[in-house]
Write a new protein. Structure first.
Ligand SMILES: Cc1ncc(COP(=O)(O)O)c(C=O)c1O
Length: 425
């Protein structure tokens, strides 16, 4: 197959007629498919549902000498702190175990900076004239949603194959109004990129003009390989400490893509200073989080080895789904020169970068043929993709049979959008 970008007008027209016919035939099937959100599929939920059986009414509810059914231990069950400490490579006392969603911990961390300031703030951020925030893009739409809801001025930072473009970041942090940055360092959402060691080092050693600069290190996919073995990753807390930046970073993780999304447990990891400060503030907000669920997770997951064994079972479900998406792109799109994508080994997404100016049109064509995708633009601050070129594919929810159909619609829509654009030029 010849590249679309190398076809003459007559060839493009003939190809459009052909692709339009395939598109119409798919439309006639009146399908209703969804590749919009990174939700685990039913098989994955079934896989872990025996977690509900580990605590029975006659079970031992005592762990670490604590009756988990009662108030107490704001920072979480020690065994649960230990479990996450092992996963993230930090000390148990630097782990705070929260509720059922890490996004809430992230929101709360920022919210407290606005209402009370950070450990080293001159004043609460709400009293500042301007808070600027670095947003490696494409990125996670809900991160940008948090920033937007606090009225931050979001500054997009281009992503490279090694993580955020650090030349740009190092320049931008010279501005004292730049107070922080979002990062998804392993299997980034949506690109599936693992930040290189050099990128991690350059982030940890940043010298921001704002001394209360906040690095939001969302390690949501820290053990989420779907191809191959677990890939070790540096611990950001000790990396930052090497450069005197121990108070700059908060790291987040959760079991949302391990046990139940929205019904698991979440954690943040931070320096001793930050921990003392956060506990003082959190103590006014809640007496203690759900230790019953924490114990359920400790008994079910046991330790890092137990977690990694479970992630292999998730990979058994997810791997074939990602293979299906990547194979379809390779076969249907790669020869045409109209899009590029990363080939991740973990995480929850495939990020497709189309030729400029056709992501929205592709999204609309998908929708009109019965396939819901994440909105075009959603992966950029304010929902605005300057090149209108990024689309996030989330293959985890649909069963393989539906996924194959969904990818058929996606690839045909992308081809049609590219042909329409080339013919309009
Ligand atoms: C990067 C990232 N962080 C956080 C979350 C949400 O995590 P939680 O359910 O723990 O709030 C997601 C969910 O897709 C995500 O992709």
């Amino acid at each position: 197959m010849k590249k679309y970008t190398e076809m003459n007008r007559a060839e493009l027209k003939a190809e459009r007629e052909r692709v339009e016919a395939i598109y119409k035939a798919l439309q006639d099937q009146k399908l209703s498919l969804n590749m919009a959100r990174g939700k685990p599929g039913k098989e994955q939920l079934d896989l872990v549902s025996d977690i509900l059986d580990v605590l029975k009414s006659d079970s031992d509810f005592i762990c670490d000498g604590i009756d988990v059914r009662n108030y107490g231990n704001l920072e979480g069950l020690p065994s649960c702190q230990k479990l996450f400490a092992e996963v993230l490579g930090v000390k148990p006392e630097n782990i705070f175990v929260g509720g059922a969603a890490s996004l809430q911990l992230m929101y709360d961390t920022i919210s407290k900076a606005y209402t009370h300031g950070r450990v080293n703030s001159e004043k609460p951020w709400a009293k500042l004239d301007c808070v600027k925030w670095l947003c490696p893009s494409p990125g996670y739409d809900r991160h940008f949603g948090v920033s937007e809801s606090f009225g931050m001025t979001m500054i997009p930072v281009p992503m490279t194959a090694e993580g955020p473009d650090m030349n740009v970041v190092e320049e931008l942090v010279k501005d004292p109004d730049v107070r922080g940055m979002w990062c998804v360092p392993k299997y980034s959402n949506p690109d599936g990129i693992i930040y290189s060691e050099e990128t991690v080092r350059r982030i940890a050693s940043l010298k921001p003009a704002a001394k209360d600069f906040l690095l939001m290190w969302d390690n949501a996919y820290c053990i989420h390989e779907f191809f191959g073995d677990f890939v070790p990753f540096p611990d950001i807390l000790s990396e930052c400490a090497k450069y005197g930046n121990e108070d700059m970073v908060f790291e987040f993780a959760s079991t949302s893509k391990i046990t139940f999304p929205g019904a698991g447990i979440s954690v943040f990891a931070c320096s001793d200073n930050n921990m003392r400060y956060m506990k003082k503030l959190l103590d006014k907000q809640i007496i203690s989080y759900d230790k019953v669920n924490q114990l359920r997770h400790v008994r079910y997951l046991k330790d890092k080895a137990g977690l990694l064994a479970l992630m292999k079972r998730h990979a058994g479900v997810l791997g074939p789904k990602f293979r299906c998406v990547l194979d379809a792109l390779e076969k249907e799109i790669a020869p045409l020169g109209i899009a590029e994508w990363q080939r991740p080994n973990g995480g929850y997404f495939v990020s497709v970068n189309t030729m400029p100016g056709i992501a929205s049109a592709t999204w609309k064509l998908c929708l009109d043929a019965g396939l819901t995708m994440t909105n075009a633009g959603a992966t950029f601050p304010y929902g605005k993709d300057p090149k209108d070129s990024n689309l996030r594919v989330a293959p985890s929810l649909p069963p393989i049979s539906q996924l194959e159909k969904a990818m058929e619609i996606f690839c045909v829509s992308l081809r049609l959008a590219a042909l329409n654009k080339l013919l309009a030029e």
